[in-house]
Design a protein around this ligand. Sequence first.
Ligand SMILES: N[C@@H](CCC(=O)N[C@@H](CS)C(=O)NCC(=O)O)C(=O)O
Length: 221
Amino acid sequence: MYSSIIVHHLNDSRSLRVLWLLEELEVPYEIKLYQRGSDLRAPKELLDVHPLGKAPIITDGDITLAESGAIIQYIINKYGNGRVAPPKEGELIDLYITHFTEGSFMPLLVNRFVFSMIPAQAPFFLRPLLRPIFSTIDAKLIAGPLNASLKYVEDTLEKSNTGWFAGGPNPTMADYMMSFGLDAVAERRPDLVGPKTKAWVERVHERPAYKRATVKGEKQN
Ligand SMILES: N[C@@H](CCC(=O)N[C@@H](CS)C(=O)NCC(=O)O)C(=O)O
């Protein structure tokens, strides 16, 4: 029934979402692990798999697919057998949060990270000048939308009966997508996330499939 999926996985990256989903669905797969360089970029070998060279990428038979959202949706459609479907009343929030993740939320985290890296990587004599400039840019462009996004996430989880975004008994597409980003914020800036969000992160971490995914994702080829 299954062709063998290969997940081209970059350490400490969004591709953990894909490993978690595959573990939950118990779909057989192989991991090809790529390590970030000292500049934190993906190695150029990923460019041999897909022209953009960013993780995750999967190959499934003769299909090669990038973009975590597309991959998650593809796997659910092909291998989910209804197991990842949200309840009827949660369909819209599942769709919205899925697209919100990469369309709105992750760019804020990535920009914050880039704005902190620019002064850190500048020649040392420029750092005292660049730090306040980039901290002002962050305060003006990132802090407000990020706080609003995290409040929206908290309010959405508050409305859920089960603690999953779509309100069903199991994680759905929205939960797989929001893992990694929410995990990172909860770990690095716990002061920014509310109690429902913290409980969501803990609920994800407690899942045996998530634990297996993190262990497998760290193993060397
Ligand atoms: N929107 C894309 C983002 C892909 C992306 O930026 N992946 C990061 C890992 S989290 C990456 O490959 N970074 C290394 C690099 O850009 O060199 C997705 O959801 O797959």
